[in-house]
Design a protein around this ligand. Structure first.
Ligand code: MG
Length: 334
């Protein structure tokens, strides 16, 4: 059950469209109104246990839920809480401060867990004109016992912009750095230019292949696919398929980059080495970096294009063909 502001119901439904079993109801002006709306929407199901959680605390773990359920065995309510670690000061009306004891003081977090029926009765009996600031106080007012369960600093409520920086850092621990490598070679044939890394270099030859034979883009595409375990370029664009005949290879590259995004990942950097005697790569290196940066939506400094020869040895040395090698670094959710 998700309670969202009435004005954002459609937005919430859009975000959670894949969670078919999630019910979304409109909240109220105050926290307590929203909680009551959610509880009432559960009336038909009459669950045994209910937990109320602030969505602004995203780092909930299954162990927190297990601990709360266990604590409910001997109480009407159970809440996650942290002992107050900072020294507490109270400011008087004259601006003077005094030190307050922190003994026995805890900071309440969520989720807070209750028996559904007990919480509904306690809410109905809430005596105060002011709404409660959490659900534990509703049970306390009705004479029920609420147990404290050890909370977690990671369950912080994200409120201020700097909280989100810390949350990013915490979330970062749950992400993986992955690398992939790609190799591609194409043969030279007569032509009017060589496509490499999305740039056409004027030449009396071309690279021969089913597509535009851009070995640089093919190697990078395979490196990206390798980093996310998605096979190789031939799996996605079979050379037997006539629709890829003469295709511009940037289609392959942007497809691989899109697969990274679909996995919730992001490209970190690309490094490609082009191995040939000719054409000379260096004069075109910056143009290649800029083209790759544009295709991959990456800053140009995260893209490296290098070139080398094989000192006249082997098929690249005899200028029969060109070899490209690439590495891609990708970050994805763990
Ligand atoms: Mg190829």
């Amino acid at each position: 059950m998700l309670v969202a502001p009435a004005a954002d119901l459609q937005y919430a439904a859009e975000i959670f469209r894949d969670l078919k079993s999630l019910k979304i109801v409109a909240g109220g002006a105050q926290r307590a109104d929203s909680v009551k709306a959610g509880l009432l929407a559960l009336a038909a199901e009459a669950p045994d246990l209910v937990m109320i959680h602030d969505a602004a605390r995203p780092f909930l773990k299954p162990s927190h839920i297990g601990d709360l359920v266990a604590a409910l065995a001997t109480a009407e309510g159970a809440i996650l809480a942290l002992p107050v670690a900072d020294t507490l000061k109270r400011e008087g009306p004259d601006g003077r401060i005094e030190t307050a004891s922190r003994d026995g003081l805890w900071r309440a977090q969520t989720p807070q867990a209750f028996r559904y029926g007990t919480l509904m009765e306690a809410y109905a009996a809430w005596p105060d004109a002011n709404p409660p600031t959490d659900e534990a106080v509703v049970i306390e007012a009705a004479g029920g016992r609420v147990r404290l369960v050890n909370g977690d600093p990671a369950l912080m409520k994200l409120t201020y912009p700097e909280d989100f920086d810390m949350a990013e850092a915490i979330a970062g621990r749950a992400r993986l750095m992955r690398v992939g490598q790609g190799v591609d070679a194409h043969r030279f044939g007569p032509g009017d230019g060589v496509w490499l890394c999305g740039v056409k270099i004027a030449d009396h030859r071309t690279l021969v292949g089913h597509s535009d034979a851009d070995a640089g883009l093919h190697a990078i595409t395979d490196a990206i696919l390798g980093a996310i375990g998605e096979g190789d370029i031939g799996d996605h664009f079979p050379p037997t398929d006539p629709q890829w005949k003469g295709a511009p290879s940037h289609l392959f590259l942007t497809h691989a980059a899109e697969l990274v995004r679909k996995k919730g990942g992001q490209l970190i950097n690309i490094d490609v080495t082009l191995i040939c005697e000719r054409p000379r790569i260096k004069p075109h290196r910056q143009a290649m970096r800029e083209k790759l940066a544009e295709l991959l939506s990456l800053p140009v400094e995260r893209i490296s294009v290098k070139a080398t020869t094989t000192e006249g040895m082997g098929y690249t040395g005899r200028e029969e063909g060109l070899l490209a090698q690439a590495i891609a670094c990708v970050e994805t959710p763990a």
